[in-house]
Ligand binder design. Sequence first.
Ligand SMILES: [Zn+2]
Length: 752
Amino acid sequence: MLQALSRPLAAAVGLSLVLVAPAAAVGDDGTDEVQGTFVRLAVELRDGGHLELTGIERPDGSWLRVDPATVEDVVGGSEVVATVEDASAAPTAVLDEDAGTPVVSVDVVETPTLAAAAAEPTVATTTREVDVVVARMAGVDMAPASAATVAADVTDHVAPYWSDQTAGGVDLVVDEQVTAPTYTSWGSEWTCTDTQILALMSWAEQQVTDRTTPGHVVLETPIVLCPFLGVATVSDGGVVWLNAPDVDSGLPRLRPGTLAHEIGHNLLLGHSDLRGYCGLDSRSADGSADQCQEQEYGDLYDIMGAATGEMGSLSGAHLHTLGLAPEGSWVEATGTQTVTLQPVGGLTGQRFLELPGDGVTHVVELRTAVGRDAFVGTNPSATFGPGVVVRRIDPAGPGQHTALLVADVAAEQIELGTGDSFATEDGRWSVEVTSLGGTATLDVTHHAPAARPTDVTVTPTTTVEGEAWTSAQEPTVTWTADELEGNTGFEVVELASGLVVAAAGDARSADVALPEGAAYLAVRTVAANGAVRWSSLTPVQVDRTAPVFASVPQVRLRGGSVSTSWGVPVRLAWQATDAGLLTGAEVEGPGGEGLAPGASALGTSVTPGPSAWTVRVEDAVGASAQASEQTTLVARAESAAAPTGTWSTVADTRHLDGRAMRSSKRLSAMSYTFTGSSIGWIATKSANSGRVTVYVDGAKQGTVDLQASASAFRQVVFTKTWPTAGKHTIRIVSQGTAGRPYVYSDGFAVLK
Ligand SMILES: [Zn+2]
């Protein structure tokens, strides 16, 4: 049992809960029901990254990993009944972030106590027992630190930290110190699955004789070959596992700051991240994580950020989440006013300014090299100095990360100095630092907030391959936005050009004149403090020009087999272009069926007499162009040509009309004069056939070799095509090839 013992109910009935059978049922729709304790695990990776594992631990101790995106609002340590897509999931490697079955719905039966207290900053006093467990791992020839050493870390460093940061609100007291027997259940494989980690942490809890609620079990083992330093449950009380260096290895012990950080997770805290560079331009959008760049642990000031080694002060944002801001430390802005802040590290006086918003809270504080922040300003990073800093708390469940903001947007600076200012993304508040020294004086101004436009659509459009296309002269842009007193009028902006394409006033739609090509539209209004409230980006492709034929369809004879009924192979080709996107081509006429959308040619065959095609091409907005081609095929037997030299007639049903003319003598020739735009000579290929020279209008065209291992009758072996019809003469001359002198002429095809 990992979490059950940290709940009052479970504590009362003790370990008997272990024997309760898991509740799992298969729903009619293929989903499964799972009942148990909802567990969040914060995993600190050795490479500086972080991982959050979420899952449900059943009463029998078995564990089901779930997709964290589907349980964002559920507090770690809650008792839940969840409907999941698949409850049969196997243990997964801890680094496999894709593992976890989606949760379809979840009922929270019981929420841990601390989470409910976070709405308003209040002081609460809680004494929490810390039970220390150290253990060897079977198969690992390394010793852990002694329980007394770990207990001293808690007593000398971690407990004072949490006590002074919360003015006694979190009071950690070491209770049991357990040197446990060697842990033998990890298994022989040095994999790191979620099930292995949870089993070890549950085992650590069982080494403690008398667990209290809410309390903490700190387990330290010598390094197991897992890629993390520490794992903690994100819950009200829980378990911390320090995957620490071997005590004899000479490696430095994990600093107490790491343990203090993990205890923070046991207090339902998430990480302290850095957020900046938000949105469409430097001061746009709503400042949420998905519109900004965010760096995990990037808040270098904070114990829950990358300052674990330094044990920097707990931020006002975390105190707000805990509901443990010391009395007198907090002021909530109520209007335009002047506020003086003491440095956070001094632990006295008014030091946190809250700027309330719609679900989003900003906390302003002063960090100088005082008290636990003595290291501030000693870091070589220029973005980590003394000054006024702003953190943002987004609406979501506990365990939520807080975000240190790049508050001075123009200077891309985290901390604000004298004369610098910050505005909340909703336009409601601006803060200017008017003096900065041992304290900071802030001019706080309240503004009427402006609404952020949402749901921007462009009509009319057609969606092709995920892109919206329009041919409208002035497409209509519509959006929604709340009626707020700070709205200054809405504008539609084309972001590639930076041009305001419509000033809509208070309206929620506008017709916009756009040039052809890609347009990137967004709607904005400007709050009184100058903050721009942007919609998200809506791209649209504008194409008002119909496709054109760069070259019209043209038909010509091509090589290949002629059918016994004089079906002669031809090729129809064209080239169409469009300012936007060509999406289709349709051809009416022989061979026009089933053409691919981007086609620009087709191969087919025609029979003697007239044939006609109409080619129609279309672009993404439905504009089209069409062009036609027609031709007449004339079929002429070989006897239509004038022979010279020695020729004889051979009869075979596989020849056209059952006959062909054959010669085996060098320089035997055949001339045929015709009027047309395309000529094809039809011959028979065979093993004993040789080469011929082809002339057109007296000019040598080249050599055709008529040899083939298997006989092939009725083959178009030579073609020539002209742009327009005219009178021409084709002449074929046998080369009398040694060993295979034969030439079979079977006729001529002409396109008129
Ligand atoms: Zn952490």
